[in-house]
Design a binder for this molecule. Structure first.
Ligand code: FAD
Ligand code: NAD
Length: 476
């Protein structure tokens, strides 16, 4: 390991490791410092996303969805399967294997790109100087320097002081990805992305799930019709979502957790075996910044950056969950690429208007850009076209017909400004909308683009045609 680099990246999550790889590709001598350890104390690269986030949650979502399908929908296809049972230990083993394979994959990529991967806690003490601390003893190991530093320290779950985490009874999202058995009664605080995804996993496996959400609006950032359809489907699946529920306290006993909450000022109680608290995440900057390093935090604890991810300190950038914007892996990765290119060449590209969202429930939910409500709140005018999956042959063949695609276009220019999907493979279908928006496509462009038949993407095509009232497979 050298002690002088062109770039030091602190954090090897999807923001940091991607930034490091792009820096190396551009010929910059790069070090990537990350403190995450696996159960054996060895470095486990990939941050929250690979270790306790995107990947393990999707592994469990896929396993539980398969179990649910075998138990409920296979018979519609004429397949009779008897005595279906779930081996939770085997499901968890599969999840851990995937995580290990992928975290090792990142280590190989860093090595192949000749990036020095440093397993340590990093602290920026002044622009360009990073002190390294042992991850277990916290003893100082030395320091390394670089022309530029990229901070990519990520985020951690918010803990509510009224219901602190408690062993395996009151857990955060990471705890909920490692239950050893299906809890008979599961409570979830927060009907956000994590609450819905992890609530779905355990609900499909047989838990009785109650979700307590403080707001009266369900999925307020999604399109209103999408949120309404989602609420209907989740409730059909047995997720009991209580809106306007303010959790006051939780009492842990040998048998479980008793949660006290209020709805419209009325006190209510919920007895569960386990409680997942997923009320958002906060930026992780503990012992990251020396007093005179010049990097500032905003009032919510995020590292302050400008539009180019530059902090107030010279040649010091910050990307991913530790800065403003959605806490999404792909948002952090794209910022990482853009910053690497800015450091190497002076320019980089990041379009915050085309960051897609995807929620991996069943049906899946995905969107990009603005809702009709956003447009009218900003005083603009738009038109929209909607098409149900039930009217596509492919969804019918798949026996997966819930949901629709909605395309929102500027009323005057016809430029696509938002696409909202609830339905099968929404997380994949949204990519077409992102590409269209990135290329400033109009709904007419999408409407004149040939889509293979029979595919789910025909619903995107038909929604674009419907913007102009000329959908073919529906009565306009
Ligand atoms: P992180 O992934 O948090 O990585 C930061 C890294 O920096 C960590 O390894 C940390 O240990 C290290 N670090 C921090 N401080 C220091 C320091 N001082 N020195 C050394 N190392 C340090 N997003 C999606 O886009 N799609 C999904 O499907 C999705 N699913 C999710 C499911 C769950 C259950 C959770 C919790 C999150 C999910 N997310 C998802 C969010 C996603 O995981 C984050 O947006 C993403 O990981 C952020 O990337 P990052 O690199 O900014 O930070
Ligand atoms: P979230 O912000 O999505 O949802 C938190 C919910 O908790 C909100 O609806 C909020 O109103 C509610 N809440 C807050 N305080 C509460 C209280 N005291 N009582 C009851 N409800 C309360 O946060 P999250 O679900 O924890 O997820 C964190 C972030 O992780 C997400 O915002 C997202 O960026 C990322 N993530 C993304 C994906 C994905 O892309 N598929 C999956 C999981 C997580």
């Amino acid at each position: 390991m050298s002690d002088r680099y062109d770039v030091i990246v602190i954090g090897a999550g999807p923001a940091g490791y991607v930034a490091a790889i792009r820096c190396a590709q551009l010929g910059l001598k790069t070090a990537c410092v990350d403190r995450w350890s696996d159960v054996k104390g060895k470095a486990a690269l990939g941050g929250t996303c690979l270790n306790v986030g995107c990947i393990p949650s999707k592994a469990l979502l896929d396993s539980s969805e398969k179990f649910h399908e075998v138990s409920h929908t296979y018979k519609l296809h004429g397949i009779n399967v008897e005595n279906v049972s779930m081996d939770v230990a085997a499901m968890m083993k599969r999840k851990s294997k995937i995580v290990t394979m992928l975290t090792r994959g990142i280590a190989s990529l860093l090595k192949a790109n000749k990036i020095d991967s440093v397993h340590a806690h990093g602290k920026l003490v002044s622009p360009g100087t990073v002190e390294l601390y042992d991850v277990e003893t916290n003893e100082k190991q030395g320091e390394i320097t670089a022309g530029s530093v990229i901070l990519a320290s990520g985020s951690t779950p918010i803990e509510l002081s009224s219901i602190p985490f408690h062993g395996d009874r009151i857990v955060d999202s990471a705890g909920a990805l490692s239950f050893e058995e299906v809890p008979a009664r599961l409570g979830v605080v927060g009907a956000g992305v994590i609450g819905l995804e992890l609530g779905s996993v355990w609900n499909r496996l047989g838990a009785e799930v109650t979700v307590l959400e403080a707001l009266y609006d369900f999925l307020p950032t999604a399109d209103e019709e999408v949120a309404k359809e989602a609420a209907k489907q989740f409730s059909k699946q047995g997720l009991n979502i209580q809106l306007g529920a303010r959790v006051e306290s939780a009492q842990v006993s040998e048998n479980g957790v008793e949660v006290t909450y209020t709805v419209d000022g009325e006190e209510a109680r919920l007895a569960v075996d386990r409680l997942i608290v997923c009320v958002g995440r906060r930026p992780c900057t503990d012992n990251l910044l020396g007093e005179s390093c010049g990097v500032e935090l905003d009032e919510r604890g995020f590292i302050k950056v400008d539009d180019n991810c530059l902090t107030g300190a010279a040649n010091t950038y910050a990307i991913g969950d530790c800065v403003r914007g959605p806490m999404l892996a792909h948002k952090g990765s794209e910022e990482g690429v853009a910053v690497a290119e800015r450091i190497a060449n002076g320019t980089g590209h990041m379009n915050y208007e085309t960051v897609p969202w995807a929620i991996y429930t069943h049906p899946e939910i995905a969107w990009v850009g603005q809702t009709e409500k956003d447009v009218s709140a900003a005083g603009g005018k738009c038109k929209s076209g909607k098409f149900p999956f039930a009217a596509t042959g492919r969804a019918k063949a798949m026996e997966d017909t819930v949901g629709f695609v909605k395309v929102v276009a500027d009323a005057e220019t016809d430029r696509i400004i938002g696409v909202h999907i609830i339905g099968p493979h929404a997380s994949e279908l949204i990519a077409e909308a992102v590409v269209a928006m990135e290329y400033y496509a109009s709904s007419e462009d999408l409407a004149r683009t040939i889509h293979a038949h029979p595919t789910l993407s025909e619903a995107v095509h038909e929604a674009a045609l419907s913007v102009d009232g000329r959908g073919i497979h529906r009565v306009n």
